[in-house]
Design a protein around this ligand. Structure first.
Ligand SMILES: [Zn+2]
Length: 429
């Protein structure tokens, strides 16, 4: 079964070269696309021909750092406790919410995020999960929802010491179980997650690194998101956060993802460059938490990618905010901002993860008042468009979003389930 996109204008996501014609989109994981001379006169059963004249076809987006566990947070009541700094925001908001989650709420959170991804043309999610007191089977629950909606994923649990040894061990066990399942499962893929240096003692870090080694995985951790992370590390361990993680071997895997990396000093930047880890930048979240802003000086631009940090599931918005903020801060140029948006696709491919094949596509319908050509795609992308131009998304050769409606699940039923679970969650906060 294939989808034929006729009258297509295809934009190669790496070269930004245009190609017009008929695209045959093959179905299956990494099954790819091909340009063909004609649509078949007698299509085989299940084949479909779609006219995309006047629209843009390009590779679907991917999110380098998400928090599905916060999927039911939109509009929730705010705590009656002070949230004057980053640590208070964690203690009084997120570490209260994540301890109240049960499997139904986690499932609803995954549906909420999956719908958001589909609507915004995001076909691949790298998630960092927290539900420390209800952790068993949480990753499988999330993965199965993302599979049902048609998204690919790399999941992890954030290990931390904040809820004691028993909870930590349960979280380590969930990671081990999921990575074991992933060895043979067609869609499951995972990393070893840690919350952050300041909530992870040496025993936790050692046990997490052992899992990373055992499963040939990478470490997904928040790094220097707030100055408090660096201060804690210097006081407790007499070293900087990246030095500490490097001493444990976390930078030797190209699968490792260090989220944020705002407060790195020059020595840490040099260590990052000598290692293989990627950085996932989340500008909106940083602005919201008032923790500072990432700058790239001294860092390898090829290993800087973008995420959303659970703020939303919209990578076009993440890229635009990052561009405008870092254009002001460090004269970031449009091609470099676009490269950062696409570096998550390079991360996925470099590490041979499944599910980001060429048959993951978005069809954009911008209805432009000005001409579009090969030389000005990025000008339109950053200055003319937002995610409302995403009309369709095809993932692994199947429509996930069609005419702005999710094609794989009943949206109204899913939204109703999400609202019910959100009310249950909010009543416990
Ligand atoms: Zn995060």
């Amino acid at each position: 079964m294939s989808i034929y996109l006729k009258n297509a204008t295809y934009v190669d996501w790496e070269t930004l070269k245009f190609k017009t014609g008929i695209i045959k989109v093959n179905q299956g994981q990494n099954a790819g696309i091909e340009f063909v001379d004609a649509v078949p006169t007698a299509p085989t059963q299940g084949d479909e021909v779609v006219d995309v004249a006047g629209k843009i076809v390009t590779h679907a987006f991917a999110c380098g750092h998400h928090h599905i566990y916060s999927g039911l947070a939109g509009g929730m009541p705010f705590p009656n406790k002070p949230m004057n700094n980053f640590v208070e925001i964690l203690q009084h908001l997120w570490w209260n919410l994540d301890k109240k989650l049960d499997l139904d709420m986690i499932k609803a959170s995954a549906y909420a995020v999956a719908l958001g991804c589909a609507k915004n043309g995001v076909s691949f999610v790298i998630d960092h999960h927290a539900s420390p007191l209800c952790i068993r089977d949480s990753l499988k629950t999330i993965a199965d929802v993302l599979d049902e909606v048609g998204l690919s994923h790399i999941l992890c649990v954030e290990h931390s010491d904040r809820d004691g040894e028993e909870a930590l061990q349960n979280n380590l066990d969930e990671t081990a179980n999921y990575l074991e399942m992933a060895k043979t499962h067609p869609t499951y893929q995972g990393l070893v997650g840690l919350h952050a240096s300041f909530t992870c003692g040496d025993s936790n870090l050692k046990r997490s690194m052992d899992l990373m080694e055992k499963f040939n995985s990478g470490l997904h951790i928040h790094v220097a998101e707030d100055l408090a992370d660096e201060s804690h590390c210097e006081q407790r361990y007499s070293k900087r956060v990246v030095e500490r993680l490097n001493d444990f071997g976390a930078l030797k895997s190209s699968k490792s993802i260090f989220a944020h990396c705002i407060h790195l000093n020059d020595s840490e930047r040099a260590i990052m460059n000598a290692g293989k880890a990627y950085i996932a930048v989340n500008t909106d979240s940083n602005l919201n938490n008032r923790v500072g802003t990432f700058t790239s000086h001294g860092l390898n631009p090829d290993r800087i990618m973008l995420g959303t940090d659970g703020m939303y599931s919209n990578m076009m918005e993440s890229a635009k905010t990052h561009y405008f903020v870092n254009h002001a801060l460090e004269n970031l140029q449009v091609p470099d901002a676009y490269a950062r948006l696409r570096n998550v696709n390079r991360y996925i491919r470099e590490n041979h993860f499944k599910g980001d094949g060429d048959n993951n596509l978005v069809i954009l319908d911008p209805k432009m008042p000005t001409p579009l050509h090969e030389g000005n795609f990025l000008g339109h992308f950053f200055y003319g468009w937002n995610s409302s131009v995403v009309e369709c998304m095809i993932a692994q050769g199947k429509f996930v979003l069609r005419d702005r409606q999710v094609a794989t699940v009943n949206e109204n039923e899913v939204l109703s389930f999400c609202r019910t679970q959100a009310e249950r969650l909010w009543s416990k906060l």
